[in-house]
Every structure is written in C-alpha cells, then in structure tokens.
Design a protein around this ligand. Structure first.
Ligand SMILES: CC(C)(COP(=O)(O)OP(=O)(O)OC[C@H]1O[C@@H](n2cnc3c(N)ncnc32)[C@H](O)[C@@H]1OP(=O)(O)O)[C@@H](O)C(=O)NCCC(=O)NCCS
Length: 164
C-alpha cells in the first residue's frame, strides 16, 4: 500500500479535528471518559497546535484515504527544553492497524526530523507502550532508553533516542 505523510495546514483543521474525535473515542475506553449531555466528547482544543511553527501536524493517507495523524512538538514536554522532538500524539484508524502502517509512518517521521526524540505513553495505555518499544527498538537497533516516570512531569513510560 502507498503511504503518504502530509503536513496538515490550516485548511486541514476540520479534517484533523474529526480524526481527533476518533482518537479521543479510543482514549475513552482506556481512561473511562463519558460523552457530555449533548452526546459528544469534550475534545481538548487543537488551538495550541495551530499557529506555532515549532508544533507540527501530519496526516496519514493510504491509497488516497485518510488513515491517521501525528502531532510532533520541537520542545520536550518533560523538561521544556527546546530542540528535543516530542511525539505528542499519534493515531492510526482501526481498519489500518496491525499491518505495519504505524511503524512505517513513525519511521518516516523520525527520518524527517533528526535529533533527540522523546516518546511518551500514559501508564494506562499499555498497548501503545508495546508498540513504541517494539518499533523504536527496530528503528534504533536497540539504541534507546526506556524509563518509567511517575511524577508531575509524566506518569508512564518514556523512550528516548538520538537519530541526529
Ligand atoms: C498504537 C497504534 C498507533 C499502533 O499502530 P499500528 O499501525 O497498528 O501498528 P503496527 O502495525 O505498525 O505495529 C508495529 C509493531 O507494534 C506492535 N503492536 C501494534 N499494536 C499493538 C498492540 N495494540 N499491542 C501490542 N503490540 C502492538 C505490532 O505487533 C508490531 O510489532 P511486530 O511486527 O513485532 O508484531 C494504533 O493502535 C493506535 O492508533 N492506537 C490508538 C491511539 C494510541 O494509543 N496512540 C499512541 C499514543 S502514545
């Protein structure tokens, strides 16, 4: 299958917001979120992701169909340090899962931005931790660290590597 990783511009915002809603629905199972009285999830705003050049947005397209997204920040969410790449959000639509698409998309994004990377998973999201450990292990040939944080910065695993 053909995978394209496309930067999401302002005109893609409604599309990214629609996919964001599906991501939050996936999270609802893990975090026990309910919908509001109007039947919708209270979605975290994407405002901070638009209009800041250090924050990058990508859409995944497979054979001409939307298949997921990634949000990448160029500052550490743990220390605030600039120049550290943070894989902030990452999502593959269900029909495309478990066939290597997430691994390909992540690998292409790692290749696109060189330097120190941090990838974080919430403690509750065990499947994500398995996915990231597996694919970062392959991508780096095992040259990454894997630390479990449990403090105000983050609660869950963090993988770090440098592909600079
Ligand atoms: C996590 C997610 C991105 C994985 O995407 P995917 O396209 O299904 O992953 P791939 O098919 O590329 O899998 C790559 C490797 O990870 C493993 N993996 C993928 N999903 C897994 C899961 N749910 N549990 C355990 N391992 C998993 C695969 O087995 C594969 O390893 P293998 O080739 O050695 O078997 C996808 O399930 C998703 O979007 N989940 C919801 C959102 C989310 O949790 N995002 C991450 C936030 S930190």
């Amino acid at each position: 299958v053909e995978l394209e990783i496309l930067p999401a511009g302002d005109g893609d915002r409604p599309r990214l917001e629609a996919l964001w809603g599906l991501y939050v629905y996936d999270w609802s199972e893990i975090l026990g979120l309910d919908v509001e009285e109007d039947g919708r999830f209270d979605l975290p705003s994407l405002d901070e992701w638009f209009g800041d050049p250090g924050r990058r947005r990508f859409l995944f397209r497979v054979d001409g169909k939307w298949a997921g997204f990634a949000l990448i920040d160029s500052r550490s969410h743990l220390s605030g340090e600039a120049g550290v790449l943070d894989m902030s959000e990452f999502f593959v639509l269900r029909k495309y899962r478990r066939c290597g698409l997430g691994e390909r998309a992540a690998g292409q994004l790692f290749d696109r931005f060189r330097g120190r990377w941090e990838v974080r998973e919430r403690r509750e999201n065990r499947a994500a931790a398995q996915f990231w450990r597996r694919i970062i292990g392959r991508y780096t040939g095992g040259r990454f660290t894997d630390e479990e944080l449990d403090d105000d910065r983050w609660r869950g695993p963090v993988q770090r590597f440098d592909n600079g």
